[in-house]
Design a protein. Structure first.
Length: 206
């Protein structure tokens, strides 16, 4: 009536094997879950960082308010003053960390701030700047901290064509493109158009 089992330990061995396999599967699943969680966290951090950088490139930039040029006796522009402010929604912009790509009929030049410690020893051209208006809530002036940090802040970027390594004078009817790049990667392209006639004028709006 009853089947005799001559190997009573076989069932226990099968049970232990199954338990070992189950534990191994749980450990593998836990390790895989940990890897997935870490990867998801890394991807989320990277996505947030990329999003912040992309937002900074769009918002952290300068906007031209107005530009004038000084007219020489020979009928050329040898000095340009460009008034700039922060773009809407922009964070602080350090003017000394800003670079400008100057493209004219005579070629292109990369300009850096003349206030940098090694600007005179640099092979690039230079631009200077002065503070025109500083926000009333600023603890320090633009001149002292080199930063536009308020919507009402205004600065004048100065381009002197007579300086060594700087672009050449601009003639009547010529067009210049100035691409202003901030440290965070924000770009603003300003197109300057010189009037067709500069005779009997001391300065003109570009």
């Amino acid at each position: 009536m009853f089947e005799r089992n001559d190997k009573p330990d076989e069932r226990a061995q099968v049970g232990i094997g199954t338990l070992i396999v189950f534990i191994a599967m749980v450990l593998v699943a836990a390790i895989a879950a940990g890897v997935l969680i870490n990867t998801a966290g890394f991807l989320q951090s990277s996505a947030e960082e990329s999003g912040e950088q992309a937002a900074e490139q769009v918002t952290n930039r300068l906007v031209e308010v107005g530009t004038t040029g000084n007219v020489t006796d020979g009928g050329e522009i040898d000095y340009v003053n460009m008034t700039v402010r922060l773009a809407p929604g922009s964070n602080d912009v350090n003017l000394n960390d800003t670079t400008i790509q100057w493209v004219s009929n005579d070629g292109s030049a990369q300009l850096v701030s003349a206030r940098l410690p090694d600007a005179e020893n640099d092979t690039y051209g230079q631009f200077n700047w002065t503070a025109l208006r500083d926000g009333p809530e600023d603890d320090t002036s633009i001149s002292s901290d080199d930063t536009l940090n308020d919507p009402v802040d205004r600065a004048i970027l100065q381009f002197n064509m007579t300086e060594t390594d700087n672009p050449a004078n601009i003639g009547a009817g010529e067009t210049v493109e100035a691409q202003i790049d901030t440290r965070s990667g924000g770009q603003t392209t300003v197109t300057l158009v010189v009037p067709d006639s500069l005779s009997n004028k001391e300065s003109v709006e570009l």
